[in-house]
Design a protein around this ligand. Structure first.
Ligand SMILES: Nc1ncnc2c1ncn2[C@@H]1O[C@H](COP(=O)(O)OP(=O)(O)O)[C@@H](O)[C@H]1O
Ligand SMILES: [Mg+2]
Length: 218
């Protein structure tokens, strides 16, 4: 699903990633771990195609991100969900609209959008919140809406950047269960986190990043 070959990413004089070689298979559930500044966010952004490596190659589902047109990249991104650390919900849109928009931009018809959005929100226990605005929700609820928006398009790959960074331990468990359910339905899941508690909770693959390098796996 994801292959990285000698990937390097620099921002001016600062080196965010150096010589990353990584293979994450279809159907895997993997964590990218490491302290703040290790390069986790940069790595996820490169996988998502939100940014380009300074050198090296990235293949997603066999497609070389460095060699595809903007149009193909847009198409590929439809199959990849991204859960942002700060949720990135639209404050002037309702919960329902925040999720529906992910399907609308893909050109899906209104009846499919309605049905699929309701169904996804229901599966995350948000059916009673559909008409509320993000700021009327708790942090955990906002995070679930962000997850709903990422999975409503049935992505083959789900990327999440510190998805429990702003949540208490109980909510963290709840959100982790959600990711496990999504994974069990067949989606490849990659989560970046520096949260030790979260990592102790799970037996999944852990890729250890430090100062832009993969130190090993646990
Ligand atoms: N847009 C950017 N401009 C300049 N430096 C950046 C940028 N994004 C990340 N960096 C630097 O790259 C390094 C890795 O950052 P990041 O990927 O955000 O790490 P993490 O998510 O593990 O905390 C840090 O030193 C950070 O300052
Ligand atoms: Mg980060």
């Amino acid at each position: 699903m994801i292959r990285m070959f000698h990937v390097r990413k620099t921002f001016g004089a600062s080196v965010a990633l150096r010589d990353i070689n990584l293979h994450i298979r279809k159907g895997e559930f993997a964590f990218i771990t490491g302290p703040s500044g290790a390069g986790k966010t940069t790595l996820l952004r490169l996988i998502f195609g939100a940014d380009r490596p300074t050198s090296g190659h990235i293949l997603i589902d066999g497609i070389n991100l460095g060699r595809i047109s903007k149009k193909r990249l847009d198409y590929l991104r439809r199959k990849v969900g991204f859960v942002f650390q700060d949720f990135k919900l639209l404050p002037n849109k309702t919960v329902f609209e925040n999720v529906a928009i992910a399907l609308e931009v893909m050109g899906e018809g209104p009846s499919y959008v309605r049905k699929k959005t309701h169904q996804t929100l229901r599966s995350l226990g948000l059916e009673k919140k559909e008409t509320l605005f993000p700021l009327q929700l708790s942090g955990g609820e906002q995070q679930r809406v962000a997850i709903a928006r990422a999975i409503v398009k049935n992505p083959m790959l789900l990327l999440a950047d510190e998805p429990t960074g702003n949540l208490d331990p109980d909510l963290t468990k709840e959100i982790m269960l959600l990711f496990k359910t999504i994974h069990m339905k067949g989606t490849t899941v990659v989560i970046a986190t520096h949260n030790k508690g979260l990592l102790d909770m799970t037996a999944q693959r852990k890729i250890l990043l430090r100062r832009g390098e993969i130190l090993g796996e646990a």
